[in-house]
Design a protein around this ligand. Structure first.
Ligand SMILES: Nc1ncnc2c1ncn2[C@@H]1O[C@H](COP(=O)(O)OP(=O)(O)OP(=O)(O)O)[C@@H](O)[C@H]1O
Length: 240
């Protein structure tokens, strides 16, 4: 088994009067799907890993470093339509650079290659399809060349062709990095067919593989409907 790249230990987050967690989980190279009903805490967990929410307890380390940079595609990713793709990514690269570690123009070109948008580098963002804009969002998440990439609902709202392209891209990113992907689409989870973390009301309900999740409802083969059935049974069983 690959060694842990990101380790979460007893992570808790205070949300008004409610405390999310504790979550203990490790992410290794490959894709892990994050699953949960609306309000289960998927975005909260992702925002906490990337550092935009402060945990009220526990610890998060990436490659042994508690302040490492993590690539992130937020759920509500949007980019200014009048700006050209390369100019947008160069601006993000500049904004994320520091005196000690500058993100080079080469890194922008590499990120565009990785998301298969090199031929759209000089296009205005408003002229791209929804699937291409999502890939621009993934490109900005790859600029920091992080070992951990967090993608909040990267396939939502895409047609089946664009969804399959984004899934293929996520598989490729998972070959080098630990990728955590939240999605409500059981078809995505069956396609990733790797690790899965199921949350409910801020707690871990299941931590294992997609095959293991499907097996909880007695099914043998991994499929979209099989994932959905197992997920519904798991959550409803917990709430009884
Ligand atoms: N600042 C806050 N104060 C109180 N409650 C909050 C706060 N932020 C989030 N919550 C609540 O915490 C819960 C978790 O929200 P979160 O957005 O993480 O869920 P989610 O699993 O990503 O949902 P969805 O699938 O709808 O995107 C929700 O019930 C939300 O209303």
């Amino acid at each position: 088994m690959d060694k842990a790249i990101c380790a979460l230990c007893d992570v808790r987050v205070r949300l008004g009067g409610f405390e999310f967690g504790p979550i203990t989980h490790t992410l290794s190279r490959g894709v892990t799907s994050l699953l949960g009903a609306n309000g289960a805490g998927k975005t909260t967990l992702m925002q906490t890993i990337v550092g935009s929410r402060k945990p009220s307890g526990g610890s998060i380390s990436v490659g042994g470093d508690t302040k490492a940079t993590v690539g992130f595609l937020p759920q509500d990713f949007a980019a200014p339509g009048h700006v050209r793709v390369t100019d947008y990514l160069r601006f993000i690269a500049w904004a994320r650079s520091s005196r000690k570690s500058a993100i080079s123009a080469n890194r922008v070109a590499e990120a565009l290659e990785r998301v298969n948008l090199a031929d759209k580098a000089h296009e205005r963002i408003a002229h791209l399809s929804g699937g291409m804009v999502r890939r621009v969002g993934i490109a900005q998440a790859l600029l920091t060349n992080s070992d951990v990439v967090i993608l909040d609902e990267p396939t939502v709202g895409l047609d089946p062709i664009n969804r399959a392209e984004v899934r293929a891209l996520i598989h490729e990113i998972g070959a080098d990095s630990a990728v955590l992907v939240s999605t409500h689409l059981s078809e995505d989870i069956a396609d990733f067919n790797a690790g899965v973390l199921v949350l409910d009301e801020g707690r871990v309900l299941f931590d294992g593989t997609v095959a293991g999740l499907v097996a909880t409802s007695g099914a043998q083969a991994v499929s979209g409907p099989g994932v959905e059935h197992a997920f519904v049974e798991l959550v409803q069983g917990q709430r009884k």
